[in-house]
Design a binder for this molecule. Structure first.
Ligand code: TLP
Length: 357
């Protein structure tokens, strides 16, 4: 019999629900590059309204949303300020350099979060030796920060700093929905801190494909051109936009279940030997912990043999993410398996399975 995996690698692994598939099957479509797709138009309008921006643009992925945002805000040689662990810097295959010719300058945030005082020393004097600093990027919730939520006040402080120094600002809000459900702060309050915002439908919200980039009218006009340039103009995209629209309308509130499951996982991990971890840091649906007794790669490998999937995100760091295909029973089962493995673990210093993701 096929083994059913408890898949905690990412919230990107979700399958569309029957209702979502139905919405996709009956979606009205047209050629969206020609501006004819009513479902894409409806999604873009609804996203712009939720985020309190003039316009939004539907794109295939979060990576493309960020890529286009950086390209639309900068010119080659411009400098952008962002956290060293941000998705744009860490996980986007160098796209900001390859496509935008941008110079990244990293801030060492605390769980991905930084303030004006971290940015201030990085400002360049107006001098021909230096690249012009153009853009500040934030990420909320922060993936490598362990799903950490930016306090709204801190975002406002960075926004004021950016405006005061004529810098543009972008928010990677792939998991902004999670921050909003956890804090009960509306998306538009966070979005008001930035000139542009990217959001994803294919993570916690459970749609199969799609992200959106939102911002002012002129910015989105420019972004639309860059989307075409990188091959992101899609034709009868209403089929996938319908899944995204369904997710936006019906799957936001349920993220609180994922957060409760992440807290339950954190609580269980807090009692385990061989793990170092602060359960208080689990604010949304991402749980990151350090393994003491073996490499993260080895633990992940052993877990997968028992039907539990997690990701090694550092030599000693493991990430588990809750989502709509994970139940509270799955969390209990995963904890039992983890505990069993850790109880048995000899102090194994072999890091031949060292993986960093
Ligand atoms: N994150 C993925 C991996 O790329 C690491 C994951 O499994 O968490 N911004 C943030 C904050 C993200 O976490 C991700 C995906 C993206 C952007 C990119 O989205 P996609 O995968 O749609 O390109």
């Amino acid at each position: 019999m096929a083994i059913r995996f408890i898949d905690l690698r990412s919230d990107t692994i979700t399958q569309p629900t029957p209702d979502m598939r139905q919405a996709m099957a009956v979606a009205a479509v047209g050629d969206d590059v020609l501006g004819d797709d009513p479902t894409v138009a409806a999604l873009e309008e609804e996203v712009a309204a939720v985020l309190g921006k003039d316009k939004a643009l539907f794109v295939p992925s979060g990576t493309m949303a960020n890529l286009i945002a950086v390209r639309a805000h900068t010119e080659p040689g411009d400098e952008i300020l962002l956290d060293a662990n941000s998705h744009i810097y860490f996980y986007e295959s160098g796209g900001l350099a390859a496509i935008s010719g941008a110079m990244p300058r990293c801030v060492q945030g605390r769980r991905g979060i930084f303030g004006a005082k971290d940015l201030d020393p990085l400002l360049r004097p107006a001098d021909a030796h230096f690249p012009p600093t153009r853009l500040v990027c934030m990420e909320n919730t922060h993936n490598r920060g362990g799903g950490s939520i930016w306090p709204l006040e801190t975002m406002r402080e960075v926004a004021a700093f950016a405006r005061g120094h004529h810098l543009r600002s972008h928010l990677d809000g792939a998991r902004l929905w999670n921050a909003c459900v956890a804090t009960q702060i509306p998306e538009s309050d966070y979005a008001a801190c930035c000139d542009s915002v990217s959001v994803c439908f294919s993570k916690g919200l459970g749609a199969p494909v799609g992200s959106a980039l939102a911002g002012g009218n002129d910015f989105i006009l420019r972004a639309r051109r860059f989307r075409k340039q990188v091959g992101g103009g899609m034709r009868q995209a209403g089929i996938i936009a319908a899944g995204a629209l369904h997710a936006l309308r019906h799957h936001r509130d349920r993220l609180s279940e994922d957060h409760a499951n992440a807290r339950a996982l954190a609580k269980g991990l807090g009692h385990m030997r061989g793990i170092s971890f602060n359960p208080e840091e689990v604010e949304t649906n991402i749980v990151r912990f350090e393994v003491e007794s073996m490499s993260a790669g080895r633990l992940v490998e052993q877990l997968s043999q028992k039907g539990v999937l997690m990701l090694a995100t550092g030599a000693k760091t493991v990430r588990a993410v809750t989502h709509l295909m994970v139940s509270s029973d799955d969390i209990e089962a995963a904890l039992r398996i983890l505990e069993e493995l850790l109880e048995k673990a000899p102090h194994d210093h072999d890091d031949s399975l060292r993986t960093e993701k």
